[in-house]
Ligand binder design. Structure first.
Ligand code: T4K
Length: 367
């Protein structure tokens, strides 16, 4: 059996059928119906923020958070990381803003707060860091810099569902956080996403932006779009939320076994558990130092592929080296370049067996 980098967690078919039965009966399929609202309230409880606005996917949620926070200033710059899925940068540029790439830390691959202030200009409007792989950014340092300079912070928390820092839900940092509920995530609603925030002023604005700007029954206040989460996806979210703690526990067991097999191997670098962070075990990134390990990242990738094990080069190339952005913005982010050319994310999902982890590690270590 091929092993992919991930596999969607699923409730039983019966459980999902039970959840969608009322949708069939009411024929109320979308436009923020009762299942959407139930899901929204459950998420507020689980994530521990005051407000949650649900979207058709994480990307549209991020685009609209930028709009809701009023960041579309002509000539505006946003400090962000090049070590992420391309969606983060697209959300900035598709809003007419300029990404300014800040390098990352070599240990957890999140934005290096020590490099932020040198990038701030009178055009800077915001910072958009990413909790990449579920590794939590230095939220205290970043939020302090933003406060000092009067900047907004939107965290791309696509990978960080359910995580906490010092016991506080991760969606409580910055002005807003975006969670992705894509099928490949720890928690999913097939497609879906959310903005978590604590400031009531964004509530109506986000609601309008995802529903064509419609305000009340007879007026349109904003130039919105359509990015609503429908009832069937909300129902999948409700089912998965019921099992999220089991999913995360199973992933933790997989990660523990990977660590037993790969920890301490010369030339292999693993991310260390972060202090004060409750992890969701979203990804298992491994840095291969070719000289010490004896094999390059690309060679390991190919060896695995020959055995139908599909690890992924998340996130290669760094975003500022992708064809669509190359040449437009500086590429002076050496740590991001180095990490993106040496990293592989290994298969990790709920239910991945110990035997499969052993098989993967045997290929890495002995092929
Ligand atoms: N910001 C960050 C930091 C992100 O990582 C993402 C998304 C976003 C923003 C945007 O959020 P969304 O708009 O997507 O909600 C995947 C996902 O499509 C994407 O959601 C994710 N990040 C990115 C890191 O990975 P691909 O192109 O690598 O996925 P794909 O189709 O190759 O699938 C990977 C593996 O997952 C497959 O080999 C098998 C498994 N799989 C896939 C699908 C589609 C399943 O088990 N079930 C499925 O339904 O992008």
């Amino acid at each position: 059996m091929p092993i992919n980098v991930t596999r969607s967690s699923m409730p039983s078919m019966e459980e999902y059928m039970e959840e969608i039965r009322p949708i069939f009966e009411s024929r109320f399929l979308t436009n923020m119906g009762p299942v959407y609202k139930k899901f929204q309230h459950q998420l507020i409880d689980y994530l521990g923020t005051q407000y949650i606005s649900l979207f058709v996917n994480g990307h549209m949620a991020l685009e609209m958070a930028i709009q809701a926070l009023g960041l579309q200033v002509p000539g505006g710059e946003v400090i962000t990381t090049p070590f992420t899925f391309v969606s983060t940068t697209h959300a900035i540029t598709r809003n007419g803003l300029t990404p300014v790439f800040c390098d990352i830390k070599p240990d957890d691959y999140t934005m290096d707060p020590e490099k932020i202030e040198a990038l701030i200009t009178d055009r800077t409007v915001a910072i958009i860091p990413v909790h990449v792989y579920g590794n939590i950014c230095d939220v205290e340092a970043i939020d302090a810099i933003a406060k000092k300079h009067g900047l907004k912070v939107i965290y791309d928390a696509a990978h960080a569902f359910g995580e906490t820092y010092k016991g506080v839900g991760i969606g409580n940092f910055g002005d807003a956080s975006m969670f992705s509920f894509h099928a490949t995530k720890v928690f999913h609603s097939i497609e879906g996403g959310a903005i978590a925030f604590n400031d009531a002023q964004y509530r109506v604005r986000l609601h309008e932006l995802k529903n064509f700007g419609i305000h009340g029954k007879e007026d349109v206040l904003a130039v919105g779009a359509n990015a609503k989460l429908d009832e069937f996806r909300a129902a999948m979210g409700i089912c998965n939320l019921r099992h999220i703690d089991e999913y995360i526990q199973s992933r933790e067991e997989v990660v523990t076994h990977y660590r037993e097999r790969l920890g301490g191997v010369k030339g292999i670098r693993l991310c260390q558990p972060q202090e004060d962070v409750k992890s969701n075990y979203a990804y298992f990134p491994v840095y291969f130092a070719e000289k010490e390990f004896g094999k390059s990242r690309d060679l390991v990738y190919e060896d695995l592929q020959k055995q139908e094990i599909f690890a992924r080069k998340y996130f290669y190339p760094a975003v500022n080296e992708m064809t669509c952005y190359k040449g437009l913005y500086p590429q002076n982010t050496p740590v991001a370049h180095d990490v993106s050319t040496h990293i592989l994310t290994l298969p990790l999902y709920e239910g991945l067996s110990r035997e499969d982890v052993d098989r993967i590690c045997d290929v890495i270590l002995y092929a």
